[in-house]
Design a protein around this ligand. Structure first.
Ligand SMILES: C[S@@+](CC[C@H](N)C(=O)[O-])C[C@H]1O[C@@H](n2cnc3c(N)ncnc32)[C@H](O)[C@@H]1O
Length: 300
């Protein structure tokens, strides 16, 4: 679960946007003003930069190096196999339409297209991840079932189209708190369709965590998720040992890659070290104080 251990804001998405707009932003190295991609570094609007950096738990100045730091990881959120199994268990049919919001490198989208025969539209803000997602779909022979487009998921909530399934996996509070997030996702899903969320909740006996102030215990999390009347059709709680070993392996891969990236970009040394340290801290609490779960909600 890279990227979702963070406080959920109390503001609505639009208000959050405005708040972000008032922030003084760091200069981004290697960026041109016209959206071109010098040296393979992709340009995005600053608001999207902030959103991506927040979801990826990194400093916005490190974004140009993020693709390199994450070279060895396909899954930036939950296990694709677990999401496939969860949707299979509720009977999602071939040719169902799936919207994968903030799809990252497309690991889940491609696995769903491959194994369940669904049609997936993946939206993400970060162009290098989208390029990786398209390449993965082609490699797996499902590019005709997958479409990956760049976009800001905060702008999708008002659209008319309704999908059979919407996924929001390991994205954190980009769309607001749980109530705001679910209310927004419900507009994108037909009645009887599914909303799939992957996130964390506090383990029994853990009342408060500095890195995850807004996480709640299990029953309160379920209350928030179902506040609009939807039903939990499936819940997959990632087993503690599995969560620990997956996160440990991912952190090891990031740390190894970071030493190469640091050598070729010495000016970023401190930012890279902070990023790795944050991943390591997260690994310590995931699976113990914070448990990860995939919730499949049937939309009322
Ligand atoms: C931790 S990754 C999870 C990726 C994917 N859901 C998965 O499970 O592998 C978070 C993703 O959110 C994307 N993101 C963050 N803010 C976004 C926004 N406002 N619109 C679109 N994508 C966004 C990032 O680019 C990144 O790919």
């Amino acid at each position: 679960m890279l990227g979702s251990l963070k406080p959920r804001p109390a503001t609505a998405p639009q208000q959050a946007d405005e708040a972000v707009g008032r922030l003084r932003r760091p200069q981004l190295i290697g960026r041109s003003l016209d959206g071109a991609a010098p040296d393979g570094v992709f340009m995005m609007t600053l608001d999207l930069d902030e959103s991506v950096a927040q979801a990826m738990e990194t400093d916005v100045r490190l974004l140009p190096l993020l693709p390199e730091l994450l070279t060895d990881l396909w899954e930036l959120g939950p296990s694709a196999e677990q999401v496939v199994a969860a949707l299979e268990s509720v009977g999602v049919e071939p040719d169902s339409t799936v919207l994968d919001l903030a799809c990252g490198k497309g690991a889940v989208a491609v696995a769903l297209a491959e194994q369940l025969g669904v049609r997936v539209e993946g939206i993400d803000a970060f162009q290098p991840f989208l390029q990786a997602a398209r390449a993965l779909a082609t490699e797996r022979g499902v590019s005709h079932r997958c479409r990956f487009e760049q976009g800001d998921i905060r702008n999708l909530l008002g659209q008319e189209e309704q999908y059979d399934v919407a996924l929001l996996l390991s994205v954190g509070p980009v769309l607001g708190d749980y109530e705001q997030t679910i209310a927004g996702l419900r507009r994108l899903v037909r009645a009887g369709g599914y909303i799939v969320i992957e996130d964390g909740f506090l383990a029994d006996g853990v009342a408060h965590l500095p890195l995850a102030e807004e996480y709640a215990g299990h029953s309160e999390t379920l209350r928030r998720l179902t506040a609009c009347g939807d039903v939990v059709a499936q819940e997959v709680i990632c087993p503690t040992e599995q969560a620990r070993s997956v996160n440990q392996r991912n952190t090891d891969l990031i740390r190894q890659r970071a030493s190469l990236v640091r050598a070729s970009h010495p000016a970023f040394e401190q930012l890279i070290d902070e990023y790795v340290a944050r991943q390591e801290r997260e690994t310590q609490i995931l699976g113990t104080d914070v448990l990860c779960a995939i919730w499949v909600l049937r939309r009322a």
